[in-house]
Design a protein around this ligand. Sequence first.
Ligand code: ASP
Length: 326
Amino acid sequence: MKKIHILAVGGTIASVSSDPLSCTNYKTVLNGEEVLATLGREKLSGIADVTVEDIIRLDSASLTVGNWLTLAKRVSEVLESCDGVVITHGTDTMEETAYFLNLCVKSAKPVVLTGSMRPASAISSDAALNLYNAIVAAASDKLHNCGVMIAMNGVISAARDARKIHPTRPDAFTPVEMGCIATVTDSVVELFYRSAKRHTIGSEFDCRNYETLPEVRVLYAYADAPADWFDQCAAKNVSGIVIAGVGNGNLSSAWKRKVEELKGRITIVRCTRTNGFVNFNGSQDDDALGTVCGGNLSGQKARILLMFALAAKLPLAEIRRVFEQY
Ligand code: ASP
């Protein structure tokens, strides 16, 4: 029997409401055992031997980089003595935690994050089935070396691709343009693809090497967005800036002047606030600006990759290489 360890991190899946008709007004009060009880251990007979540990209990909007490092180190440790890990987690920043772990946990064993869009107390809650599917996925031999995954609503997405695109619906997660890597239906895992991008066992980053990571901020572009945000970043000595730019990672003339001013001082990555691939030296001259191109990483994920690249003290050319490979 596979040994699966659950690490409980809070979120809606650990929440209850006094009103079964409310999916959004709840309190995050359940510990890991209570979360598992909403499914019932008996449903797992023949699937996995499950152990549960409470590690952090927060709404995922309040998680910090320090929490991510604590979680990553614990995941690395427990994977030495179990076959897979499930992390129950709030959905709001689940894709960020998943990508963080994807970059720095050195194991080919499945690590699967799940949560719920409706608390267990709600009618038609997705909590129990999402947890069940995540355990089935973590126990599946098919999902070795797929990197960290998110299991929600029967769909398994790679951490790099998953995005929350809706605030309340059970189908809130989608791999956007990349396609799901697998599905779980009636306890059966069907694997379709493995990501060609580097992750986990193939990553050059290891959470065990870091106590903190350099600060990187994301600036979200819009028409007439203030340029003094860049000055604030410089005054705070942030190490990196990710621009969630308009269109193909495009910059207003005021933002471009600031990027030129900060060249060589703060590493700046150009992403897009849309969904898709921003190309190097495309509509902006990255060579001249000294910028890194974020490809199709969202701003929030590019921030995480840049934190690791800066922690490793990589020069600009190597940071550009990292953004092509991960
Ligand atoms: N606010 C919650 C969280 O991210 C939402 C959820 O879990 O669905 O923790």
